[in-house]
Write a protein that binds this ligand. Sequence first.
Ligand code: ADP
Ligand code: MG
Length: 365
Amino acid sequence: MLAGTEKNLEPALAAVVVPYLGTDLVSAKVPVEIQERNQHLEVSVTLGFPAAGYADQLAEEIATSIQHVTQVTKVDVKIHSKVASHSVQGTLSPVPGVKNIIAVASGKGGVGKSTVAVNLALALQAEGGRVGMLDADIYGPSQPRMLGVSGARPRSRDGKSFEPIEAHGLQMISIGSLVDEETPTVWRGPMVTQALTQLIFRTRWRDIDYLIVDMPPGTGDIQLTLSQRVPVSGVIIVTTPQDIALLDAQKGLEMFRKVNVEVLGIVENMSTFVCPDCGHVTPLFGEGGGERMAAERGVPLLGRVPLDIRLRRETDEGEPSVIRETSQDLAREFREIARYATGRLSLRPREYKGAFPKIVVEEKK
Ligand SMILES: Nc1ncnc2c1ncn2[C@@H]1O[C@H](COP(=O)(O)OP(=O)(O)O)[C@@H](O)[C@H]1O
Ligand SMILES: [Mg+2]
């Protein structure tokens, strides 16, 4: 990675640990370019995930570490992000216009999957990513409401494909934006999976780094079919600390593993209750469950989200906490989770199937 004088700086870079990659810059093979200009170093670092909320801290750590081993008076560090497309399960092909699909799943409903999904999507955007949201929770689509676009219908230019709906900067689409909310309840499994795969493939996504898919809860046929048909780069499992939710979450996790989808990690939602009056913290649904499950299953705990009235109120109002000036403490937690998830994804193998045009060699007769 480093040549000539740059080689001398390798130990300095190896001393900088990026928590979201779980290792240091050199071990994670993060591309670093160094240029020397009379006693002045210009360092350019390209992370494989968006990290606007972390860039300043990282730049400072790198500069300090380099100054420890060199005489240079000035080290100027610039942090860039470049998101690649990462491999999907089986022989599936990536969705046009989408680099990575991240599924957000849970074993059962009501654990806050949609709340986590929407705040995570907005957190990824705040970090600098181009993000989409696909609401695949066919029996309980809640993203139109949570993103404040209830009643909005996607436009179609050609009668075959949909233009995504714009919501707080995200490109979104939901089964709830196409049919009235009651209709899918009478659909049979195959209709549901067909409707959803069409929704994904027929939407004209524009240059998206991460498409967040709010999956239907449960581990039945629909979920299994989706986990086999949707080209997913990784899945995030949402659970509450309660044992029963944990058992369901483990079933969900194993289902994705069986079909070779990478589990990026677990988010423990409603982790603790923070009293709005006195600030006292109560572990309402038990303690340490997510952590135990993460350790047992060998997947990271990406973070914990507290039970906080603002999360409910603000998502209900169609303007989730992450984009509220007054809820930036919650936004910080979601942005941290977003960086852990995409940092881990950035270490995964690249996907090349969608990157090149199909080349057909024809023999001249
Ligand atoms: N961390 C949280 N703090 C407060 N309320 C929450 C939290 N997570 C979810 N909720 C609320 O709990 C209910 C269920 O959440 P939702 O995201 O719709 O769950 P799911 O998608 O898993 O069914 C919603 O009313 C939501 O506002
Ligand atoms: Mg939901």
